[in-house]
Design a protein around this ligand. Structure first.
Ligand SMILES: [Zn+2]
Length: 425
C-alpha cells in the first residue's frame, strides 16, 4: 500500500501555551480551528510543508483527548497516514493479524473515510488511516452515459451523451500537481483521464441542441490516442430521448473544438460531410468561427475544420457577434479563456435558471478556481470568468450542466468554508 504522512496529532493541555510555542516561537501559521463536536475536540491545524500538525484541544472533560492528557500529559497523540484505498488497506492489515480499533472504515471529517489501528499493533503509536476525498467528489466516480431530463419553468432540458474520451491529465488540470488531481480524476496507464461529452437539448418554443459531441471520425489512430468510447453515443441518446435529427431546429456551439463540433456533420453515402441535423440552423459566434477557420500552432490540434466548414457551404451557418438571445429564455455569454470567443449558455424560465458551462468548468472538479486546463489559451481570463460564473451560480442557485464530467450531468454549486463543491442534481 502507498501511504503519505497526512498529519501528526498533538494533544494539548493549555492552548495558549501551545500557540506561544508553535505560532509565536516557531513562527508557524495556525489555521482557523475546527470543532469536532462528536469527539469533544477543537483541532488547530498547522501547515508544515506537505503535511500538517494538528493541535488537539479537549472541549469537555469526557473527551478522549482530556483523558489522554490526564493520564500521560500533553504530547504526541497519533499519526495519520493517507492511503488511496482504505478498504484495501484495512483488509490487508486484518489479514496480517493487525489489531484494529475500527474493524471497518468509518466516516471522518470533511467527507474523508478513516480507521484507527490499535497502538498495541503499531509499536505504541496510535495510527489513523485516512482516505481523503479532497474538496472534490470522490475518486470512485464510474463513468456513466445516460440521458437525464430536467424541467425548468416552461422549458425542458435533456442532458444527452456522446460517450467518453480520454485526455492527458496534465492538459486537463494545468498548474495543479498530479498528486492532487489524480485523487479526483484517476489517470490511466497513459496518464489520461476520462471525460464525458454531454450535449444539452433545450425544448421550448423551438428545439435546440448545444454542442454535439465528437461524432464519428473513423480513424483508429485518433480513437486510440483519445481513448474514444462510443459504445453509447449521440445517436442512441437522441433515440432514448425520442428525438430524431430532424426535430432539431437550432444547433448552438459553445465553441468549435473537435469534441464539441465533431458531431455537427455526418458523412452521406458518397462520403461527403453534410449537416447532421438537416432542418437546423447552426449558430456559432463569429470570432470563434474566424479562429477555428484560421488556426495557428497553439490551437490547431483542437480544431478539425473539415467537420464544420461544410455547414457554411450548405448555407445553414449563422454567425452572431454578441451576447444575444438565441431563443426565448436562452442567451449566450462570452467567457474567453479556453479560446478567445468561448461562450457559455444561460437559460432562464419561470424564475429558474440553468447554465451550460461548456469548457469554462468542464467537470465538477473544475469548480475550484485554480483548476484550469493547460489547454486554455488565456487561463487568467478563464479565472476571471469562472469567479463571476461561480458567484452567480451560488447566488442564484443555477442548475449547472457539466459537458465533460464523466458521471455528473448537472448540479448546484455550494460554498462552504471558502470551498466550492457541486451537489449533483
Ligand atoms: Zn471540450
Amino acid at each position: 500500500m502507498r501511504a503519505v504522512l497526512d498529519h501528526i496529532g498533538i494533544a494539548v493541555q493549555d492552548l495558549s501555551a501551545a500557540l506561544a510555542f508553535y505560532r509565536d516561537a516557531l513562527g508557524l501559521e495556525i489555521e482557523a480551528p475546527e470543532e469536532v463536536t462528536s469527539q469533544r475536540v477543537r483541532a488547530h491545524f498547522v501547515a508544515v510543508g506537505e503535511s500538517k500538525l494538528e493541535l488537539l484541544e479537549a472541549t469537555a472533560s469526557e473527551s478522549a483527548i482530556a483523558r489522554y492528557v490526564d493520564k500521560r500529559g500533553p504530547g504526541l497523540h497519533h499519526i495519520t497516514l493517507r492511503v488511496d484505498d482504505i478498504d484495501a488497506a484495512v483488509a490487508q492489515l486484518r489479514s496480517r493479524g493487525v489489531r484494529m480499533i475500527d474493524e471497518q472504515p468509518r466516516p471522518g471529517a470533511e467527507g474523508s473515510t478513516i480507521a484507527f489501528i490499535h497502538p498495541s499493533s503499531a509499536h505504541g503509536v496510535l495510527v489513523e488511516l485516512k482516505q481523503s476525498t479532497s474538496p472534490h467528489q470522490s475518486a470512485l466516480r464510474t463513468p456513466q452515459s445516460e440521458i437525464r431530463r430536467f424541467p425548468l419553468g416552461e422549458l425542458e432540458l435533456i442532458s444527452l451523451s456522446d460517450g467518453f474520451l480520454r485526455m492527458d491529465g496534465g492538459l486537463m488540470f494545468g498548474i495543479v500537481p498530479k498528486v492532487e488531481w489524480s485523487v479526483a480524476a484517476p489517470a490511466d496507464d497513459r496518464n489520461r483521464v476520462t471525460l464525458g461529452m454531454r450535449p444539452l437539448i433545450v425544448r421550448g418554443a423551438r428545439t435546440m441542441i448545444i454542442d454535439a459531441g465528437l461524432g464519428r471520425k473513423g480513424d483508429a489512430a485518433f480513437d486510440d490516442m483519445y481513448g474514444v468510447d462510443h459504445r453509447y453515443d449521440l445517436d442512441r441518446a437522441l433515440a432514448d430521448a425520442r428525438l430524431a435529427p430532424e426535430d432539431i431546429d437550432i444547433v448552438l456551439a459553445s465553441h468549435l473544438n473537435f469534441d464539441h463540433s465533431g458531431g455537427f456533420t455526418v458523412r452521406d453515402a458518397g462520403g461527403r460531410l453534410r449537416p447532421r441535423f438537416s432542418r437546423a440552423q447552426y449558430i456559432v459566434r463569429r470570432g470563434e468561427w474566424e479562429d477555428a477557420t484560421h488556426v495557428h500552432s497553439q490551437n490547431s490540434a483542437r480544431y478539425n475544420e473539415d467537420k464544420y466548414k461544410p455547414l457554411a457551404e450548405a448555407g445553414v451557418l449563422q454567425l452572431v457577434d454578441d451576447d444575444v438571445t438565441i431563443m426565448p429564455g436562452v442567451k449566450v455569454k462570452r467567457t474567453g479563456g479556453h479560446s478567445t470567443h468561448h461562450q457559455v449558455v444561460m437559460i432562464e424560465s419561470g424564475g429558474k435558471s440553468a447554465a451550460f458551462a461548456a469548457d469554462l468548468i468542464p467537470t465538477t472538479v473544475h469548480v475550484t478556481e485554480s483548476w484550469i486546463p493547460a489547454l486554455d489559451l488565456y487561463p487568467m481570463d478563464t479565472l476571471a470568468a469562472k469567479r463571476a460564473f461561480n458567484a452567480d451560480a451560488v447566488a442564484r442557485e443555477i442548475l449547472v450542466f457539466f459537458y465533460h464530467d464523466p458521471s455528473i450531468a448537472a448540479g448546484y454549486l455550494r460554498e462552504e468554508n471558502g470551498n466550492r463543491r457541486v451537489i449533483p442534481a
